[in-house]
Design a protein around this ligand. Structure first.
Ligand code: SF4
Ligand code: SF4
Length: 432
């Protein structure tokens, strides 16, 4: 086993929530479903205001192959379809559904199915219909990976969950290991892969043991424990650590014979195949020093975060920053009206002490940002070119290869907001 260049070891802050079973919250009185919750083209709404919908009913249809269907997690009435604040800060057309609290579900179309009873085409079609996307945060439509048409040898199931505070994947590995195994089997059947490697960081030993027990009868399965290091969960870095293969810039994991999928995505694939459930709920970690406690919850997608905060008991102290996702790659929120979307894996309310907003000082040319960059970039050069609006310089320093992991900002002793500058630089290039 190798490790990748760079990376950081932040305090993992997982003990606050890791020992508690996933819980459900009281349902929200309404949900907001943005039509864009995935990488690719936004979905098209297929409902109108005033229409009744049932739990699991499709309310928006994928627009082309790289897109994803969206389903209602509750039964009720479509109130309106209008613009609403998205967790990424943009304003996106969204479907508002008022809960009738009857929880009326669509009639089941089929009986329980096993992967061995289904063809690869049937699996891909079911996953596409269920609107499943990568639940590790990237939200790439899963059916596209399953039907990539390239020779795939290895499926890597990502259970590293390297972001501090987050424990949703960890709890799923402990509580639903059989679903992860079944989802992984389905992926290997679709792609023709001959080996499945489930990768877990060594700060989750119980998950490793649990998965080993459940996969013991499957010779093509391996459970591998890697040293904890951020950003271990990045596709390119996990492939390098496991297979020793570098995915070239601009290439995909499938170009080197690998598919990487998250453990929660596998569980969602299992639910869709076995139970016929579309992706309407997901598990998120609610944590951070501004709460009195931390807990993983299974929540309906579309739940406003204000509802989750209220049901969790509200803030114990005033939060300095609210994040959706982890502290390294999560998105800071300006409103509590934003909903949980398919890619949301955490809701953090951090105190001033946890945020550590130090004043930016001059660069001391220490090179720590370069040493810490897992993509072997020179973050300080990227920041400086952005400040000078030098787009040619940004291209020559390969800014597009930046995976926005934030290791550079984390390591910088001068507290320069390197990632922020890099994101601004990427925006400049898009406008050219
Ligand atoms: S330059 Fe990009 S990839 Fe490199 S450490 Fe900074 S955020 Fe991560
Ligand atoms: S880590 Fe910060 S201070 Fe050191 S070279 Fe990079 S930008 Fe400059």
């Amino acid at each position: 086993l190798r490790t990748f260049h760079g990376g950081v070891n932040p305090i993992d802050n997982k003990k606050q929530s890791r020992y508690f079973k996933i819980e459900e919250l009281a349902p929200p009185s309404f949900v907001v479903l943005p039509l864009s919750q995935h990488i690719g083209v936004k979905a098209n709404s297929i409902v109108t205001a005033g229409q009744s919908v049932l739990c699991g009913q499709k309310v928006a249809e994928a627009n082309g192959n790289i897109s994803a269907n969206i389903h209602s997690p509750i039964s009720g009435l479509v109130e309106k379809i209008s613009l609403h604040l998205h967790p990424n800060g943009s304003i996106v057309e969204s479907i508002f559904i008022k809960n009738d609290f009857k929880n009326t579900t669509l009639p089941k179309s089929s009986s329980k199915k096993n992967v061995s009873d289904l063809t690869a085409t049937e699996i891909v079609s079911a996953v596409r219909e269920a609107g499943i996307v990568g639940l590790g945060g990237a939200a790439f439509p899963t059916h596209v990976k399953l039907s990539c048409g390239k020779p795939i040898k290895t499926i890597i199931i990502n259970g590293t969950e390297c972001e501090p505070y987050l424990t949703a994947d960890y709890r799923i590995m402990l509580e639903y290991p059989e679903k992860i195994i079944m989802g992984a089997l389905a992926i290997s059947k679709c792609t023709g892969a001959t080996e499945v490697i489930i990768v877990v960081e060594d700060n989750k030993k119980e998950a490793v043991e649990t998965l080993k027990q459940y996969a013991s009868a499957l010779p093509s399965f391996k459970i591998v424990s890697l040293p904890s290091k951020y950003p271990q969960g990045s596709e390119k870095h996990i492939i390098y650590a496991i297979k020793g293969i570098e995915v070239p810039p601009g290439a995909l994991p499938s170009d080197v014979g690998c598919i990487v999928d998250n453990v929660s995505t596998c569980a969602a694939i299992c639910d869709c195949l076995e139970m016929g459930y579309p992706l309407t709920h997901r598990v998120i970690t609610v944590s951070g020093g501004a709460f009195s406690h931390a807990q993983d919850y299974r929540v309906p997608i579309g739940t406003p975060i204000s509802h989750i905060i209220e049901q969790h008991g509200g803030f114990a102290s005033s939060p300095n920053r609210i994040l959706l996702g982890g502290p390294m790659m999560g998105l800071a929120q300006v409103s509590l009206d934003v909903p949980v979307i398919k890619g949301t894996n955490g809701l953090l309310a951090l105190t001033e002490k946890e945020v550590k907003k130090d004043r930016e000082t001059a660069c001391i040319r220490c090179g720590r940002c370069v040493d810490g960059c897992p993509m072997r970039l020179r973050p300080i050069n990227l920041a400086n070119y952005t400040k000078r609006a030098n787009t040619e310089g940004l291209k020559s320093e390969n800014i597009v290869d930046c995976i926005e992991c934030g290791c550079c900002s984390y390591t910088c002793p001068a507290k320069i907001h390197l990632l922020q500058w890099i994101k601004t630089g990427k925006g400049m290039l898009h406008k050219v």
